[in-house]
Design a protein around this ligand. Structure first.
Ligand code: SF4
Length: 346
């Protein structure tokens, strides 16, 4: 039985203390030998017409968050609330009509479209499944409008997916998501596989559609440079946890976590005279099977001190809408390198 937990004016999507631990099994009897702590207590919300970007290196758990929201598997703990209704505990049958509100655009436009279906049939499927048209003429009218919206010619509906470029296929993927008339679209690395110029076109298209339709977007990306010009807020993930969350300006102008600083230092600056010192992180993200004790970032953090290796920092308020999890903020401001701007490499 689902429980309404929000009220009018509520966010489109709320994720409360979400955890997803995958069991590792082994031996003759497939006994559980451990867990992959892929997502370990993640919370955020997204309002109508808002874009929240979930960023972090590959392996940080951000795509698992997207899949958990889409209910591609059962979550371990927490809540996922869509339009005021908990969906994490619904049966597949009860969830089916609610899927209309929440659509997805995947990373790979080559594998996410059925190669044996013409574009018309790909777009007709959600329209029919969610009862949005009563006859073929209505379906065709909707499909024509969807093609207009994503900037593809109407007469391309009779073509097969393989006849399109990567960018055009991603436009078809977006049209398919829009066909259901959703409230929110989850874009899971939706532009990562595309060439740089095509990336910008697809990001611009998503922004335009968002403004026109009042859509909420959860934009999952490993690349802060992509989200810089299109997001309202950013949540930075590291090893299954959110380590910093804030508005775009807060994250880009005043990052309050060493990991965010390091990610930002790799973002190219368009002004050739402007300088941004690069912070190089040692090694890869540690295994989520056995995350480091204390702060999970301590094995790569250039500022780590003893406390970081024993005590996990909580997210704390830095400013309105801005939180970060780092022990450095317990130091006097003059000794906090994140505030004094002292760059240190690992
Ligand atoms: Fe670095 Fe310590 Fe802050 Fe973690 S708590 S980010 S290890 S300084």
């Amino acid at each position: 039985m689902s429980t309404p937990v929000t009220h009018p004016g509520e966010p489109i999507l709320q994720v409360n203390d979400l955890k997803k631990h995958f069991a590792i099994t082994g031996g003759l009897f497939s006994t559980i030998t451990g867990f992959v702590y892929a997502v370990d207590g993640v919370s955020f919300s997204i309002d109508r017409g808002e874009t929240l970007s979930l960023v972090g290196e590959s392996g940080c758990g951000k795509s698992t968050v997207g899949k958990a929201i889409l209910r591609l598997f059962t979550i371990t703990e927490g809540q996922v609330v869509l339009n005021g209704q908990r969906i994490d505990e619904l049966s597949s049958a009860a969830l089916r009509p609610l899927r209309k509100s929440m659509q997805v655009v995947f990373q790979d436009p080559f594998s996410s479209l059925n190669p044996r279906m013409r574009v018309r049939d790909i777009l007709a499927e959600p329209i029919t499944n969610f009862g949005l048209a009563t006859n073929e003429a209505e379906i065709d009218e909707r499909i024509g409008k969807l093609m207009d919206k994503v900037g593809l010619p109407r007469d391309a509906v009779n073509r097969w997916p393989h006849e399109f470029s990567g960018g055009q296929r991603q436009r078809i993927g977006i049209a398919r998501a829009l066909a259901a008339e959703p409230d929110i679209i989850i874009c899971d690395e939706a532009v990562s596989a595309l060439d740089v110029s095509v990336k910008a076109q697809i990001v611009n298209l998503l922004c335009d559609l968002q403004k026109e339709l009042g859509l909420a977007l959860l934009f999952i990306s490993h690349d802060l440079a992509i989200v810089e010009h299109m997001t309202h807020r950013i949540a930075v993930m590291y090893l299954g946890k959110i380590v910093e969350k804030g508005t775009r300006d807060q994250i880009f102008s005043a990052p309050m976590h060493p990991y965010t600083k390091a990610l930002l230092s790799a973002v190219p600056i368009p002004d050739p005279d402007a300088k941004r010192e690069r912070i190089l992180l040692k090694g890869d993200v540690p295994s989520p099977i056995n995350p480091p004790k204390g702060c999970r970032f301590n094995t790569r953090c250039p500022y780590a001190f003893d406390r970081c290796r024993s005590e996990e920092p909580e997210l704390r308020q830095m400013a309105h809408k801005h939180v970060a999890a780092c022990h450095l903020h317990d130091l006097p401001a003059a000794e906090n390198p994140l505030l004094t701007g002292t760059i240190k490499n690992a």
